[in-house]
Design a protein around this ligand. Structure first.
Ligand SMILES: Cc1cc2nc3c(=O)[nH]c(=O)nc-3n(C[C@H](O)[C@H](O)[C@H](O)COP(=O)(O)OP(=O)(O)OC[C@H]3O[C@@H](n4cnc5c(N)ncnc54)[C@H](O)[C@@H]3O)c2cc1C
Length: 452
């Protein structure tokens, strides 16, 4: 009796669940009686097969959009700033992404894109006057990230021009020097380079440069070598930091292209940032007029002011590099199938993706705050150093996981992750290695300098 009652209840529930409106519509399209007769002739195995076929025809799963700004930091930007961020992103994806692998492979620079950069009007973004936009350090960071997200070499070219070279003139130049150089550099009509590192003096630049500057009646005579100088092989002006043999202090000199005694050899055979044209500069009794000495650079402290300003940008660039690798790797895992399923559905792959996103989100939050400090005039060396250490270290981890989840294709340039893996190595080392930046932070938090 109980069994019969339960069967009646089940039948009632089934009956109630029928959508008669839908059934009515369906009956106008198909002969339901015939369909039911057909089904009743099928055995269990045939019915299961039919169900499987129908499931296979289910709508394609709608996947979430790739969003590497997981905590929606862009919501903190004004509409105008957000529009600028998207403008730079669109430019990088349209103008740079399609050509970048080929240039990287051949160790060459896409000179034809330089005038297009001028149209973006983002060079010298934070400087006031001289045709510069006078915007925030936060936006400068975001632009470095957007460029790095597509290509770290192009972001580096831009960083040298806008940050190191223009920054040296903006912070250490006289009014006449700023008027002479900055408007043309802002428009990319004049390309700049920044020469601090030497073949035998890298991390230890603060401890003593070997390039010398001798004061003469005609100006200054520079001698020695500079290594790794980005943009130098084609730059119109290179800032050379040299030790004044008179007072022993470091001074800055604006050396114009073609000056006798100024020779640049392109550094070949790099495994990272291959598009960046790095030069080995030889200064052989190179004469520079007094008017081309940076008038407000009186010691290494002034060089350090430039480096402090630009170091935050390198941290942002690392974030961009990591972001580009993450986005490309996630996209790949969603498309790639193994064992009949998307590899993004595997637990171990998801673990990599989540580790990458966690670090990326932490990095983005960190640099965002770093730039806020800079905009408030509160930035200290140790703030910039901590961000540079953390972001470049985590970037190495992210790009390596990005490569890993792509299997063999991860090492092919065409899949747009291999380049980031290589480029992360240079970002890790330039503008202060991990060790040097750690020592800067270590000194700040302990009070002990552990430099040597
Ligand atoms: C692609 C690229 C672009 C560059 N662009 C420019 C540019 O445009 N202009 C420019 O001036 N320079 C440029 N550089 C140079 C860059 O800034 C230096 O490479 C960097 O400062 C490190 O110097 P180094 O390579 O001589 O290494 P080294 O100083 O020789 O360091 C070697 C190792 O020793 C460690 N080390 C050094 N001192 C200490 C210490 N006291 N305690 C513990 N460990 C220590 C370092 O951390 C590193 O691991 C560029 C470099 C690269 C790779």
């Amino acid at each position: 009796m109980a069994g019969t009652l339960e069967k009646i209840r089940q039948a009632y529930r089934l009956f109630k669940s029928i959508d008669f409106d839908q059934l009515n519509k369906l009956s106008k399209k198909v002969d339901l009686q015939k369909v039911m007769e057909g089904f009743s002739k099928l055995d269990d195995r045939q019915l299961k097969g039919l169900m499987k076929m129908m499931e296979g025809r289910k709508k394609e799963k709608v996947l979430p959009e790739i969003n590497a700004d997981f905590y929606e930091l862009h919501l903190r930007l004004s509409d105008e700033d957000r529009a600028l961020q998207l403008k730079v992103r669109e430019f990088m994806e349209r103008e740079i992404a399609p050509i970048v692998n080929n240039y990287w492979l051949h160790d060459e620079f896409p000179y034809e894109v330089i005038p297009k950069f001028a149209e973006l009007n983002v060079c010298g973004l934070t400087y006031q006057g001289y045709g510069c936009p006078g915007k925030s350090f936060l936006m400068e960071g975001i632009i470095a990230m957007e460029m790095g997200r597509v290509d770290a070499s192009i972001a580096t070219f831009f960083g040298v021009q806008s940050g190191l070279a223009m920054g040296s003139i903006y912070l250490c130049g006289s009014e006449a020097q700023k008027q002479e150089w900055l408007p043309g550099m802002q428009q990319f009509k004049t390309i700049g380079a920044f020469g601090l590192t030497e073949p035998e003096v890298g991390s230890g630049a603060a401890g003593g440069l070997t390039v010398t500057a001798q004061r003469t009646a005609d100006g200054w005579v520079l001698n020695g070598q500079k290594k790794w100088i980005g943009n130098a092989p084609f730059a119109d002006v290179t800032v050379i930091w040299a030790k004044d043999l008179g007072d022993g202090e470091v001074k800055g000199f604006l050396v114009r292209k073609g000056t006798p005694g100024f020779n640049v050899d392109k550094i070949k055979g790099k495994m990272a940032l291959r598009i960046v044209q790095n030069g080995l500069i030889t200064l052989d009794n190179c004469v520079v007029e007094e008017k081309d000495r940076l008038q407000n650079a009186n010691s290494f402290k002034d060089t350090a002011r430039v480096l402090q300003m630009t170091r935050a940008g390198v941290a942002w660039m690392a974030v961009g590099c990591a972001r580009g690798a993450y986005e490309n790797a996630l996209g790949y895992t969603l498309k790639r199938k193994q064992f009949g399923r998307s590899i993004a559905s595997f637990q171990l792959i998801q673990n990599h993706l989540v580790e990458m996103l966690s670090n990326l989100t932490a990095m983005q939050s960190l640099v965002f705050r770093l730039s806020e400090l800079q905009d408030q005039g509160l930035l200290k060396d140790e703030h910039a150093s901590l961000a540079k250490v953390f972001c470049s270290l985590r970037t190495r981890d992210i790009v390596s996981r990005a490569r890993e989840v792509m299997g063999g294709n991860g090492i092919l340039l065409e899949h747009n992750v291999a380049r980031f893996v290589a480029d992360a190595e240079a970002i890790y080392s330039y503008e202060g290695t991990k060790e040097i930046n750690s020592l800067i932070v270590g000194r700040a938090i302990t009070g002990f300098s552990a430099f040597v």
